[in-house]
Design a protein around this ligand. Structure first.
Ligand SMILES: [Zn+2]
Length: 287
């Protein structure tokens, strides 16, 4: 039954993103988590953090933002053609080119976390590029462009889709992760978390984290809720499972005021002009 459900729900990703029904607007987890987060970082700094992020990020020269940072987290799925979740390669290339020409810095998950929680930025203009579902074309189409432009991005992979038709292989995931493309979790079965029991949600989050931790020898720190569906329990369970952030499909720039486990994203649809792309990003940015 679970397998059948998975098959039925997987193609519904597009509908969920479009409808955006029943998604929950989350309250911030902490009233003000700057001190809390900073303390936690320091505590962990000497052991696991060092292993996770061997190159410590030196934020001393980062620019301090004047107000709470609002960061555009761009959401892509497939880089191909055919439906409203597929952005053609030429459009994607033009968008990356615009980012490059306009001096945008592309963040790693670790950097994005610091930008959002410490309110400091490595560059005046930053974006976080994300791809949901882990399609093969992320490797064949997007990856060469990102590499050429020296840009970082994050792919949210579905555990059960590894090595499956039209999805990334383990080998591709490892190669990407060694070249600036972080692989993070989109759960094991890509089911709607808000329809699950606490135990089921926990299993999806914990098992996928374990899987990606093992395959990529990393600490997986970001979760993307399948079809953007989650509830109040998801926010808590995501944190308890060890994720530092979770992203939704709610539209707009991300800020810590949303809660670090309910971050909004900017959906990139096909047919967008470069001017339209620029406007989306500029409207979602606040420093
Ligand atoms: Zn998805």
């Amino acid at each position: 039954m679970v397998a059948l459900l998975g098959i039925l729900i997987l193609p519904a990703c597009s509908q969920g993103v479009l409808e955006n029904i029943g998604t929950k607007t989350a309250a911030p987890i902490a009233e003000d988590n700057i001190e809390v987060v900073a303390a936690a970082e320091n505590d962990a700094g000497q052991n696991s953090e060092d292993r996770l992020y061997p190159e410590q990020i030196d934020t001393r020269n980062w620019i301090r933002a004047e107000s709470t940072v609002q960061l555009p987290i761009l959401m892509y799925h497939s880089i191909s053609e055919g439906n409203n979740l597929r952005v053609p390669r030429e459009e994607f290339q033009s968008q990356m080119n615009w980012l490059r020409e306009n001096d945008y810095y592309t963040l790693s998950p670790r950097e994005a976390f610091l930008v959002l929680t410490e309110n400091r930025m490595p560059s005046e203009k930053c974006v976080w590029l994300t791809f949901d579902d882990g399609y093969t074309d992320n490797y064949t189409e997007a990856f060469p462009i990102l590499k050429e432009y020296n840009m970082k991005a994050t792919v949210f992979m579905i555990g059960k889709s590894i090595e499956k038709s039209h999805h990334l292989t383990e080998e591709q995931m490892v190669e990407m992760s060694e070249n600036g493309i972080s692989i993070e979790s989109h759960t094991i079965n890509h089911l709607e978390l808000n329809r699950m029991t606490v135990e089921q949600q926990e299993a999806e989050m914990v098992q996928s984290k374990d899987l990606f931790d093992r395959i990529l020898q990393q600490d997986t720190t970001v979760l993307s809720y399948p079809v953007g569906r989650y509830n109040e329990e998801s926010l808590r369970l995501s944190e308890e499972a060890g994720y530092k952030m979770a992203v939704t499909t709610e539209a707009g720039g991300a800020s810590r005021d949303q809660g670090m486990h309910a971050l909004h994203r900017v959906r990139i649809s096909p047919g967008l002009s470069v001017d339209g792309f620029a406007a989306l990003i500029e409207n979602a940015s606040r420093y």
